[in-house]
Write a protein that binds this ligand. Structure first.
Ligand code: ADP
Ligand code: ZN
Ligand code: ZN
Length: 723
């Protein structure tokens, strides 16, 4: 028998399948971790196929040394998944391997953790009449059956314990302990599903993909939990992805309350030991419900009964670090493999997925009402241009300040949201709201401080920085944004005795810091929480009656065709934090472009209206989902190397374009907007093409990128981030 083996080394040169002979005395299965001779060394590899014949000269072929575990680490489904991912995302098998089998398992450095207990063995009490401590130990064990060895030692001293062990009076028992992430405890609510939830639960079955469109607070979580319960009843497992698990400890504890020990968590802030144990509990089938961030989609569970992606529109489901992949596509593969439903849940589905639903490719399930029967909070659009004209040049509008004062008076809570992600990127006129855009692409230009120019991230075109507004002639045109710190200091000056908390990357870098911050906020009234994207997600504070959005425009004018979509999503999500209990909620949305369509639709919670408008615009401009964008990013520490390798790739691409002139709408090479990261120079090619034949053209394009021996090359389809 012969084995096809991939070597566990993530380097370009080893991205091949190697054939080995399986000696008759070795019992081997597909998916096994094996040690194999490789050149002068012995390396670790994984068997991805077994076969009777081999294409190579059998006399020259080397033998497998041995199998390293007593079970196969990669399950059959994952072998198939690996092949799918290599093809779909243009990845190396060895890179995909790293996603499927976490390093703790692969490298064998993390071990099971044991606790040692002392138990009575062959003891003779009489002989101890003069050894008082030893006698006490025996008595304690007689009473308690077994005691932690470490506890005995600290209570009675090492020597007493040791002499009992030496005499074989007591024996040591080892017990494996499970390292599990800590969770906040809470009671399970006994919820009876309402009509719209029942409808959703009944509809979601079979092996289709469902888009669960439910407004914030409609009770999607309860639907997820019912679907998971059903899967468990059928003897199956379930996977649920959440965007950033560390930000949603509440969701996780709700799941724990319902499913107890069946839950396993997989996310990036686990310790190595925790990840090792959680992975093994899933692998063995002990834990059947996996909850985690995007990489949890690779969980080694079998017989999956349902896969859920909560907040499916979130960017975090697309990996931007190497190896780059889209977890929704992986989920779709696994759902099809297991013949189970895939549920994409959101209050603001991505335009891509809603488009698919409207085409009937996936099935739409709607939950338009809040579970508590309360209306969604009123969103008031505040025209900051007007504020300027009436002499208020500050961060806060008069309206927001007076609403904040009311919150403070009523001893309630407020959240102030700022969007730092789009920090100081675009250029805008403070008089008329004009924003500098690319002449060819209809996306906002990005300011590059380095060479003091405006650039289009889609076509690479450069523009001079503006001194006066081309629209109204004003010189109050500038780029810039305010940060959380500044907002906090201004609020402190106005509301002197009020607790004002700040939550952003700087204040939450320590472990559990965000949890502490949120707890402090929960227990203080009145209080104001100022934060970035982090405060937008899933928090359920009963006394938040006001949400202020300081700079809604920041998300609007990012140099990204998805920026309007992101803006809509953010407003809806942030607004969902207000008015979650008895007291009514309100949202103050400050903008310099009050007439932009996104605000009208968002303020009316009109997702469908927004979708129609936005998808029309995308269609006209030939942006995804009506086209495909490919970015090929080259990185290297030597700028000339990147340039040369990019150039030779580009020359090949020109030929591909010639062949498909009608399908490729746009193609150009340029420096990346962030020209250097960690001392690596970054250059990129951007290609936009029609959807017809696009997979075939994509593969052809990919082939042009393979011959870049020095640079790291990243190949992305419809990337979330072009910087
Ligand atoms: P979503 O995820 O759709 O934004 P949640 O699942 O967080 O909404 O639900 C919002 C609130 O409604 C939660 O406090 C939840 O406990 C409650 N809830 C959900 N379903 C019901 C129900 N059938 N009856 C009463 N309350 C419910
Ligand atoms: Zn452009
Ligand atoms: Zn102007």
């Amino acid at each position: 028998m012969f084995a096809s083996v991939i070597i566990d080394q993530d380097v370009k040169a080893l991205n091949k399948v190697f054939e080995y002979l399986v000696p008759p005395h070795i019992d081997i299965n597909v998916g096994a971790r094996v040690s194999v001779p490789f050149g002068q060394r012995i390396l670790q590899g994984f068997v991805i196929a077994l076969k009777e014949n081999c294409d190579y000269d059998a006399s020259k072929i080397k033998k497998i040394y041995g199998v390293m575990d007593d079970f196969s680490l990669i399950k059959p489904e994952h072998i198939k998944l690996m092949q799918y991912m290599c093809d779909e995302f243009h990845l190396r098998q060895t890179s995909v391997l790293r996603l499927l089998v976490p390093s703790e398992i692969r490298e064998g450095k993390v071990k099971d953790l044991f606790e040692k207990y002392a138990v009575l063995a062959d003891y003779d009490e009489q002989s101890l009449s003069r050894a008082k401590k030893q006698l006490q130990i025996i008595q304690k064990l007689q009473q308690e059956g077994r005691v932690l060895l470490s506890q005995l030692k600290s209570q009675f001293g090492d020597s007493a314990v040791k002499s009992l062990i030496d005499k074989n009076f007591i024996a040591i028992q080892k017990q494996k302990i499970n390292r599990a992430p800590t969770l906040i405890d809470r009671d399970d609510k006994n919820v009876v599903l309402n009509a719209q939830q029942l409808h959703a639960v009944k509809t979601i079955k079979g092996d289709k993909t469902f888009l669960l469109h439910g407004v914030t607070g409609s009770g999607k979580t309860e639907v997820y939990m019912h679907l998971i319960s059903q899967a468990l009843q059928d003897g199956k497992s379930a996977i649920m992805l959440v965007p950033e698990i560390s930000l949603t400890p509440q969701v996780v504890s709700i799941f724990r309350a319902r499913f107890g020990e069946k839950i396993a968590l997989l996310h990036s802030s686990l310790s190595a030991g925790e990840r090792f144990d959680e992975w093994r509990r899933i692998f063995s089938g002990e834990a059947q419900v996996v909850v985690g961030a995007r990489s949890a989609i690779f969980a080694p569970c079998e017989n999956v009964g349902v896969i859920i992606i909560d907040e499916e529109h979130e960017q975090s489901y697309i990996s931007e670090a190497n190896p780059r992949y889209n977890s929704q596509l992986v989920a779709q593969f696994r759902a099809r493999y297991n013949h189970c439903p895939l549920v994409l849940g959101s209050a603001t589905p991505s335009i891509d997925d809603y488009q698919r639903a409207s085409q009937g490719e996936i099935e739409l399930v709607e939950m338009p009402l809040r579970a508590n029967g309360k209306p969604l909070p009123r969103i008031q659009i505040i025209d900051m241009m007007n504020e300027l004209r009436s002499g208020n040049g500050g961060i806060f509008s008069t309206q927001l300040l007076s609403d904040l004062a009311k919150v403070v008076n009523d001893k309630k809570q407020a959240m102030i949201f700022i969007n730092r992600r789009g920090y100081s990127s675009f250029m805008m006129c403070r008089e008329c709201g004009y924003v500098a855009k690319c002449n060819d692409c209809d996306v906002s230009l990005v300011y590059h401080r380095e060479d003091n120019r405006l650039k289009c991230h889609y076509c690479g075109k450069q523009y001079k920085v503006l001194d006066v507004c081309p629209n109204c002639g004003s010189d109050r045109i500038k780029q810039g944004a305010v940060g959380t710190e500044k907002i906090v200091s201004e609020l402190k000056a106005i509301f002197k005795d009020v607790k004002i908390l700040r939550m952003d990357n700087d204040t939450t870098s320590k472990k559990n810091a965000h949890q502490k911050l949120l707890q402090e906020f929960a227990s203080t009234k009145p209080a104001i929480l100022v934060g970035t994207q982090m405060i937008a997600k899933g928090h359920d504070f009963e006394d938040v009656t006001l949400v202020g959005i300081v700079d809604a425009d920041q998300s609007l004018y990012r140099a990204d065709y998805r920026s309007t979509e992101r803006c809509f999503q953010l407003i809806t999500q942030v607004s969902g934090r207000a008015g979650r209990s008895e007291s009514e909620g309100k949202v103050d949305l400050q903008t310099y472009s009050p007439r932009h369509y996104v605000y009208k639709f968002a303020a009316n919670y009109d997702y469908k209206g927004f979708f129609r408008k936005e998808s029309n615009i995308r269609k006209t401009a030939a942006f995804p989902p009506f086209s495909k964008i490919i970015r090929i990013l080259f990185c290297h520490s030597d700028e000339n190397v990147v340039k040369d390798e990019l150039k030779s790739c580009y020359n090949k691409l020109l030929k591909v374009r010639e062949q498909h002139f009608d399908d490729i709408i746009y193609m150009d090479a340029m420096k990346s907007p962030i020209k250097r990261i960690k001392n690596l120079f970054r250059y990129q090619v951007i290609i936009r093409m029609r959807l017809e034949n696009s997979k075939q053209i994509e593969d052809q394009i990919y082939a042009c990128t393979l011959d870049a021996p020095k640079s790291s090359v990243f190949f992305e389809v419809n990337p979330e981030n072009m910087s």
